[in-house]
Design a protein around this ligand. Sequence first.
Ligand SMILES: Nc1ncnc2c1ncn2[C@@H]1O[C@H](COP(=O)(O)OP(=O)(O)OP(=O)(O)O)[C@@H](O)[C@H]1O
Length: 252
Amino acid sequence: MTTTHHPETAQLSIDSLSKRFEMHVLSNTTVVGLEDVSATIRDGEFLAVVGESGSGKSSLLKCLYRSYEPTAGAVRYATDDGDVVDLASCSERTILALREGEIGYVSQFLEEIPRVSALDIVSRPLREAGVSDDEARDRARELLAALELPPELWKAYPATFSGGERQRVNLAKALATEPSLLLLDEPTSALDPETRAAAVDLLRSSLADGTTMVGVFHNPDVVATLADRVLVLDDGSVVDTVDVDAYLEGVR
Ligand SMILES: Nc1ncnc2c1ncn2[C@@H]1O[C@H](COP(=O)(O)OP(=O)(O)OP(=O)(O)O)[C@@H](O)[C@H]1O
């Protein structure tokens, strides 16, 4: 039997990405967020980003989501339509459309929408994508149940929720639309071990469905469970990109 080798396609190709912050209040000092970062993330892969505090992990994710505008470099992203878009330089309109349709971002903090229930926060992106109200709410209930958010909170406003409850709403909201690329910045930092395990299970099934992920997780067990490869940052620069097993040998 002959096997045909299909080269794995790149979902994201980061090329010499830099982000500098001009601090006008500090007599125009320049703070380096990222310096000449390059990496390739394959379709369906989980790339963990690790490094000490201030090494540039959040800056990298924000540049990929374009909440930070990179100072230099390119981020080539293969869209669902088969186009390649440079996330570092594409128009605002393009980035907004990609965020709505296929690129998700979860930080450790929930962006609050006053007087909107948890169920509505999670189902809203689906309804905006044209899914019927009933179907969107069913999907939202499924996700909130999988993340073990108590049902009595589903109709409550997250303004009064604990940090861990908010994080579960945040994750459910990002997973609801089944994004092609999901950027995760410590989305489980406030969860207890049991709910963290539920969140990791959900992320694993989303990976199995083909979502590509770039994620920052301080917990090495979470990195071990989810990651294929690890990008190590120091002072804004890439020190190493290694398979997860090699990385874990070094930290355990
Ligand atoms: N908006 C900003 N304005 C000025 N400097 C910033 C800004 N965002 C990040 N930085 C600086 O860029 C560097 C990298 O910060 P970043 O938040 O990316 O690090 P990190 O690895 O995510 O850290 P942590 O693990 O503590 O969250 C730091 O020196 C930080 O002070």
